[in-house]
Design a protein around this ligand. Structure first.
Ligand SMILES: [Zn+2]
Length: 290
C-alpha cells in the first residue's frame, strides 16, 4: 500500500494510491507547522500499514544533502526529511516539490500526456514551475530546476524592482502570480483590487484593468519565452489560481509565443487538466528514479 501526501503550509492532505494517478478519498489535517513530533504523528496516523509513503511538499529538497527547505513549515526546514521520516515511519519515503508533482501529474495524465518535454507553469499566489523529460522529473543539481520565478529578470524602468521572498529584487515571482498581478494593478491605479476583480474587469474591457493585465503579460511573458527557448517543451500546462482563467492563459500563450525564437503555430501554454489535487496525483506517480 502506498500513501500519497500533499504537505502544504496550512493543510496536510493524504490518500491511498490505488494505482498511479488513481487515489482513494482524500483526508486532511491542519499542518503542525512548528512541531515535528505532531507532524510525524499525523503522517503515522494516515500512513498506518503503508509499504511506502510519497510526499509532495511546498518546498525543495537538496538532492546532495537531502535537506528540505520549507519556508512556511518551520519544523521541516533544514531537516534531512526523507531519512528522518523513513526512520520514524519504518518505510521508504519519496519526496518531491509540489510544482514538480504538478508537472509530473500533467505529463503523465494531464495536458502534457504524450509529450516528451513538459514544462509545468504554476501561477498561484506566486510563480513556480517544473520540468518532466521523457516521463522523468528533472530536478537539477540543486533541486530547483524549473523555478523560473527567481533571479532578477526585469528590465522595466517604470516598475519598481520589488523585493522577493528569495531575498533578491525584481524577480518574476514578484509580479507573476495573483499577488503580483494585484501589485501591478495597484502600482498603475492605486486601487487595492484583488486578482479576481482585476481579471473580471479586464474581461469586461475596463481600461485600467486592460492596462494592468497588459503590463502583467509583458513582464511575465519575457521570462517564460526565455524558458521555452532554453528548455524546448512542446507543451506547458498552466496551473494555480490564475491558470483557471482560460482567457488569461490564452493571452499569456500568445504573448510568450510572440517573444520566442521559432515559436510553434499551435498553443504552447495551455490550461492544466488536473485542477483537483495535482500534488497528490503527482505524488502518486513518484517512484525510485522518477
Ligand atoms: Zn525571487
Amino acid at each position: 500500500m502506498i500513501i500519497a501526501f500533499d504537505i502544504g503550509g496550512t493543510q496536510i492532505r493524504a490518500a491511498e494510491v490505488r494505482a498511479p494517478g488513481v487515489l482513494d478519498p482524500v483526508r486532511s489535517w491542519p499542518t503542525p507547522g512548528a512541531d515535528f513530533a505532531a507532524f510525524v504523528g499525523v503522517l503515522r496516523e494516515a500512513a498506518a500499514g503503508a509499504d511506502r509513503v510519497h510526499l509532495s511538499i511546498a518546498g525543495i529538497v537538496d538532492p546532495v544533502t537531502g535537506r528540505a527547505r520549507v519556508a512556511n513549515i518551520p519544523c521541516l526546514d533544514g531537516r534531512p526529511l526523507a531519512r528522518d521520516l523513513e526512520q520514524l515511519l519504518g518505510c521508504p519515503v519519496l519526496i518531491a516539490n509540489d510544482a514538480d508533482c504538478f508537472t509530473l501529474a500533467e505529463a503523465r495524465s494531464g495536458a502534457g500526456a504524450g509529450h516528451a518535454v513538459v514544462f509545468g507553469v504554476i501561477l498561484g499566489t506566486g510563480a513556480g514551475g517544473g520540468l518532466v523529460i521523457g516521463g522523468h522529473l528533472h530536478r537539477g543539481a540543486r533541486g530547483v530546476a524549473g523555478e523560473w520565478g527567481h533571479g532578477p529578470v526585469m528590465g522595466r524602468t517604470d516598475v519598481p524592482a520589488w523585493t522577493c521572498g528569495c531575498g533578491l529584487s525584481g524577480c518574476a515571482d514578484t509580479v507573476a502570480g495573483a499577488r503580483g498581478l494585484e501589485r501591478l494593478d495597484a502600482h498603475l491605479t492605486g486601487d487595492g483590487r484583488d486578482s479576481r476583480a482585476v481579471l473580471a474587469n479586464w474581461a469586461a474591457g475596463e481600461a485600467s484593468a486592460v492596462r494592468a493585465v497588459g503590463l502583467w503579460l509583458d513582464m511575465v511573458s519575457g521570462p517564460l519565452a526565455m524558458v521555452m527557448n532554453v528548455i524546448g517543451p512542446s507543451v506547458a500546462p498552466v496551473g494555480g489560481g490564475l491558470g483557471r482563467d482560460q482567457r488569461l492563459v490564452a493571452a499569456l500563450d500568445r504573448a510568450v509565443r510572440a517573444r520566442m525564437l521559432a515559436p510553434p503555430d499551435a498553443a504552447l501554454l495551455v490550461p492544466a487538466l488536473h485542477r483537483v489535487e495535482p500534488g497528490l496525483i503527482g505524488a502518486s506517480y513518484l517512484a525510485e528514479g522518477i
